[in-house]
Design a protein around this ligand. Structure first.
Ligand code: GLA
Length: 385
């Protein structure tokens, strides 16, 4: 059990018992990609892969961290807390702790041991999982009584300020608010959400990991965000009350964006279409029409690949290979892009054969391993000890 492992490592390193052990999961997203920071909708869920942290407060002003899986330690004084340049993992923890200071909470030093089975760089939000776990644990230990939604926003800020990725709210929201066997339909403008049942008879969520690490992701991600903002500015010059692509339709793009810049048009048109696709996809789910939802997932992939241009040859290859397979209901790249996983809705009894045939062909052609997981949908951030 990972919670035993983490407690033992904590004990060995810090010569004390942890005061709390928290689990916070990674996420999948069925449809609605790059829509969150455009105030659209997303449809994520928390999964059974998670970050685990054991933590205790100290009575001095020192922070001591242990990354069990990497066998690396890191220490810093509270007063020196700032983003670290050479190693990334402490930033997710420090950035989350910094949010308490920003809120005027008197933060003492602390010890944290971290372990995670969310694959890194796989588009399953391993960083959001850590951020949510840390915010949640510190909130408990400090008795600050911060509500979950505010904690989601604190975890998101940690990513902005200490990891430099201007992410939307989806990943942290899904990690913190996940519910077993439900998707979350989240309106990223109002932050209203509803749980949508997602227990499919004989169908599983299969995640195929390209094992391409998305190194381009953070710079390109921030660029995409800016491109969307530019489109909004151009539309706003002509249409009142437009604050995000959520308020924009394709006619507005035809009139005010396309004549100015083809690239900005392509980017924003993808987002406008994707928001619409999600809305329709939710109706498909409601009517039990998985085939229709699956078609939309393929359409999302094509948009992400050709219009938003955040795919890569390995992701495209994996989606193209399953396109005509009658056992695959839908497939697309998932998350920020440039690597990571594809998400596939696959008939359960066809999974083994599918993976076996893809694996040998992929590994031969791409010279990278192909790994896979079944995404089973679990609860969000919780105390486990
Ligand atoms: C990353 C970000 C999310 C979201 C997705 C794309 O995972 O962290 O906020 O924008 O990319 O949908």
């Amino acid at each position: 059990m990972i919670s035993n492992l983490i407690t033992e490592n904590f004990r060995e390193k810090f010569l004390q018992e942890p005061q709390i052990v928290v689990r916070s999961p990674g996420r999948i997203n069925i449809i609605g990609e790059h829509t969150d920071y455009n105030e659209g909708f997303v449809l994520p869920a928390a999964i059974d892969k998670a970050a685990y942290i054991a933590a205790s407060l100290r009575d001095d002003d020192e922070i001591h961290l242990l990354a069990i899986d990497l066998n690396e330690s890191f220490s810093i004084k509270l007063s020196d807390m700032r983003p670290v340049a050479d190693i990334s993992w402490p930033n997710y923890i420090l950035g989350s702790a910094a949010q308490f200071i920003k809120r005027g909470v008197k933060l003492p030093g602390f010890n944290i041991a971290l372990s995670s089975d969310v694959p890194i760089g796989a588009g399953l939000s391993s960083s959001a999982a850590v951020e949510c776990a840390v915010v949640f644990a510190l909130n408990e230990l400090l008795e600050t009584n911060i509500d979950r939604l505010t904690m989601v926003q604190m975890a998101q800020k940690a990513e902005h300020e200490f990891a430099g990725v201007l992410c939307g709210i989806m990943d942290q929201f899904a990690s913190m608010m996940g519910k077993k066997d439900y998707l979350i339909k989240l309106d990223c403008r109002s932050l209203e959400y509803e749980y949508v049942p997602f227990k499919l008879e004989g169908i599983k969520v299969l995640l195929l990991n390209t094992n391409v690490k998305h190194s381009l992701a953070s710079s390109e991600y921030n660029t995409r965000r800016k491109e969307c903002e530019t489109a909004v500015e151009w539309v706003r010059e002509h249409v009142e009350g437009v604050n995000s692509l959520r308020n924009v339709d394709e006619k507005m793009l035809n009139n005010y964006v396309l004549p100015k810049d083809k690239l900005i048009d392509k980017r924003s048109r993808f987002v406008v279409q994707e928001i619409e696709r999600l809305t329709e996809g939710c109706k498909d789910l409601q009517h039990g029409d998985l085939a229709a939802l699956g078609k939309k997932m393929f359409a999302t992939h094509d948009g992400l690949s050709k219009m938003y241009e955040v795919s890569c040859k390995e992701l495209d290859w994996l989606v193209d290979k399953v396109r005509a397979n009658k056992n695959v209901i839908g497939a697309r790249m998932m998350g920020g892009g440039f690597g990571g996983c594809t998400i596939n809705l696959v008939k359960e009894n066809a999974i083994d054969e599918l993976v076996a045939s893809l694996k040998s062909a992929y590994e031969k052609e791409m010279e990278l391993p192909l790994t896979y997981y079944i995404g089973s949908i679990e609860n969000g951030t919780e105390i486990i000890a």
